[in-house]
Design a binder for this molecule. Structure first.
Ligand code: GTP
Ligand code: MG
Length: 215
């Protein structure tokens, strides 16, 4: 969407998934409302939040955040919730390794049910939340986490704390930059300009950037 002043506005749907109590709602509350509470109230179904970012002097990005209840992993609604999303966070709790063990299931659920319009997986960032607390299992091992992140096809992973406001803006900015990259790519005309795009024989973009792990 472009306004008459030449400024661009983008609206992106971003999913936030992960096990019960991993901190999805807390991360969103911190990011959007600069607020944190110790009090746990499980999300039922899905909640929404909107974050408006002045990305650069010409671009306003509106992030529509879909806060999906951890209990939905066993439900049948995720297919409906995931529709038309262009990015995602998978959140786990560093103090409970079972929440990390469930990450591949969440990632597989995303990959099975949502993709970019050209079929590529949506950029997804892994958040190791509650990093203000002592870590359990491989969450404490950076190298293993890098490996896990790469194997699972995440764009990157960040240690976050909704409580202490660690890496919340940074991880969101990273995901937005990935989304913008993908969006730019999809808007490129399929022009036969060798300096701009490489074409395959059937006229499609060649090797549309495999998920490369920034970890
Ligand atoms: P569901 O809605 O059930 O899927 O859970 P959720 O992932 O939305 O978790 P929620 O944000 O409700 O947080 C669960 C509990 O963890 C709450 O008591 C939060 O206060 C606590 N919590 C969340 N983030 C952090 C954090 O970064 N550090 C600490 N110490 N506690 C956190
Ligand atoms: Mg919640």
């Amino acid at each position: 969407m472009s306004s008459s002043s030449g400024k661009k506005e983008r609206l992106y749907k971003v999913l936030v998934v992960g096990e019960l109590g991993a901190g999805k709602t807390s991360i969103i509350k911190r990011y959007v409302h600069q607020f944190f509470s110790q009090h746990y109230r499980a999300t039922i179904g899905v909640d929404f939040a909107l974050k408006v970012l002045r990305w650069d002097p010409d671009t306003v990005v509106r992030l529509q955040l879909w806060d999906i209840a951890g209990q939905e992993r066993f439900g049948s609604m995720t297919r409906v919730y995931y529709k038309e999303a262009v990015g995602a966070f998978v959140v786990f709790d560093v103090t409970r390794s079972a929440t990390l063990e469930a990450v591949p299931k969440w990632k597989a659920d995303l990959d099975a049910k949502v993709a970019l319009p050209d079929g590529r997986p949506i950029p997804t960032v892994l958040l190791a939340n509650k990093s203000d607390q002592p870590k359990e299992g491989i969450a404490a091992n950076r190298e293993k986490m890098n490996e896990f992140c790469q194997q699972q096809g995440f764009s990157a992973w960040f240690e976050t704390s909704a409580k202490d406001n660690i890496n919340i803006d940074e991880s969101a900015n990273f995901l937005v930059s990935k989304i913008l990259e993908m969006d730019k790519w999809s808007q490129e005309p399929l022009a036969p300009d060798p300096d701009k795009v490489e074409l395959t024989a059937n006229g499609k973009h060649k090797g549309a950037a495999p998920s490369n792990c920034a970890c």
